[in-house]
Design a protein around this ligand. Structure first.
Ligand SMILES: [Mn+2]
Length: 181
């Protein structure tokens, strides 16, 4: 089966994400360990590319570009208008749906984002499933048990809401949920 995404499309989004996230880091699996932020979108995109092999019906370029760019609106200075101009409507709207609305109360930000993702093409659902798989790799060392449990419960809502888009990502997310503690 031929890939549904192109190297040039990948590189365009990867280069953009590298500049947007430059200098950002996140806490690693143990105290004092830090990773370059780009480690995360790279892992998310790997999950999406693996899943795309099972879904020739999906637009791989849309899925891969949204995976690489999925946190640039939430976590960097990047504006929606810039994504629209550089990557087009489908990518800009996909990344926008994957972005929590900071003007809402924190308790409903995820359900609001999930509601907007559900109105997007299935390619965007893949990115959210892959995002949570990556984020369940380990419990951040500064989190308590209650916060970790709430995050695991939220992951189950994501699995239940979006899992129909991709059985292989759903299974992998369920495995990560089960071992997350
Ligand atoms: Mn993310």
């Amino acid at each position: 089966m031929l890939p549904t995404w192109s190297q040039d499309s990948y590189l365009q989004a990867w280069d953009f994400a590298c500049l947007a996230h430059r200098g950002q880091v996140y806490a690693g699996h143990a105290a004092g360990v830090e990773y370059d932020y780009l480690n995360h979108p790279a892992a998310v995109t790997m999950e999406v590319i693996h899943a795309l092999a099972f879904h020739p019906e999906y637009d791989g370029n849309l899925a891969v570009q949204c995976a690489l760019l999925h946190d640039v609106l939430e976590d960097t200075q990047t504006q929606y208008a810039t994504l629209l101009a550089v990557f087009g409507q489908a990518v800009a709207d996909g990344v926008s749906a994957l972005t929590k609305d900071a003007s809402l109360p924190k308790a409903i930000q995820m359900s609001d984002s999930l509601h907007r993702i559900c109105q997007q093409p299935r390619e965007i659902w893949l990115v959210k499933l892959a995002d949570r798989i990556s984020n369940l790799q380990y419990v951040p060392p500064h989190w308590g048990a209650a916060k970790a449990a709430a995050y695991r419960d939220e992951a189950q809502v994501i699995a239940d809401t979006l899992g129909a888009a991709c059985p292989s990502l759903l299974q992998r997310l369920q495995e990560h949920i089960q071992r997350y503690a």
